[in-house]
Design a binder for this molecule. Structure first.
Ligand code: NAP
Length: 263
């Protein structure tokens, strides 16, 4: 087991990526503390894990609320005595941020993803680091998208938000790696099993006239494998990156775009 007895906190654990990462971490022996904006979806993931013999607790925590985050992580430390892995998988609905040309976009809609994604990642990473520094050990992780590195139309502030998160990953690592804490991101290609990717497709469909199937084929045609990534493949990489096997990886975002984005 690659994560045996590691204590992991996941933010946005009721979502597609958070839930898949939680299940994969549990399979590898981690003790999970799962959080999300609403309790029910997080509870469902925790119940799945526990019924499969794993260890998971669910809590309702807004990943933009500094005090709620602090209270929750203190309760984790009280129960498990430490935190080894912090994974921010928070995502806001694409329909609220995509689909409007930049020249027509109002500043609130432009700023929403930038503020939300960076603030949530900053708050959860800073808090985790404060508890990890005394142990000189820990891994801080998050997820971005290829919009961080390539120009894509009709995505508003989403690209700048993803680029900012990747910059924060590098900067956190520059400060924390000397203290034994690794900071790594994952940048997956779109995973068609998730509602997120369908929501991202909708504004594009209107503009391009493509069907959902044609759009998946278009994305897949840009990968070297000519297919899109599965949640399981992404989660397996998250396990490896969180494990001590990846002790040489920090200050970077793993390119999981299957060749559609050059390094
Ligand atoms: N899915 C993909 O193919 C893909 C590929 C590359 C990158 N990404 C990126 O990865 C991230 C996660 O994607 P996903 O597909 O897992 O999205 P998702 O299924 O929508 O999950 C996001 C989760 O974050 C939660 N959340 C939102 N605001 C929160 C807050 N303030 N506090 C706590 N939890 C909050 C959501 O809860 P509610 O539902 O209650 O709001 C939801 O459970 C996004 O940034 C997405 O753009 C996704």
């Amino acid at each position: 087991m690659m994560l045996k007895d590691k204590v992991a906190v996941i933010y946005g654990a009721g979502g597609a990526i958070g839930g898949a990462v939680a299940r994969a971490f549990a399979r590898e022996g981690a003790k999970l503390f799962l959080t999300g904006r609403l309790r029910a979806p997080v509870e469902a993931v925790a119940e799945d894990i526990v019924s499969a013999g794993g260890s998971a607790e669910a809590a309702e925590v807004d990943a933009l609320d500094e005090q709620a985050l602090d209270r929750h992580l203190r309760s984790v430390i009280d129960k498990a005595s430490r935190v080894d892995i912090s994974f921010n998988a928070v995502g806001i609905p694409n329909r609220t941020i995509l689909g409007v040309p930049l020249v027509e976009l109002d500043v609130e809609q432009f700023s929403l993803p930038i503020t939300t994604y960076t603030t949530s990642y900053f708050l959860t990473a800073r808090l985790a680091a404060r508890h990890m520094i005394p142990n000189r050990s820990g891994v801080i992780m998050t997820v971005t998208a290829l919009h961080s590195r390539t120009g894509i139309p009709l995505v508003g502030g989403y690209g700048p938000a993803m680029a900012a998160k990747e910059a924060l990953t590098r900067d956190l690592s520059a400060e924390l790696a000397p203290q034994g804490i690794r900071v790594v991101g994952l940048r997956p290609q779109g995973m068609p099993e998730t509602r997120t990717i369908k929501e991202a497709f909708e504004p594009r469909a209107k503009a391009s006239g493509m069907t959902w199937e044609q759009w998946q084929e278009f994305l897949a045609s840009r990968t070297h494998t000519r297919r899109l990534m599965t949640l399981e493949e992404m989660a397996n990489m998250a396990v490896f990156m969180a494990s001590d096997q990846a002790s040489g990886m920090t200050g970077t975002t793993v390119n999981l775009t299957m060749g559609s984005l050059d390094d």
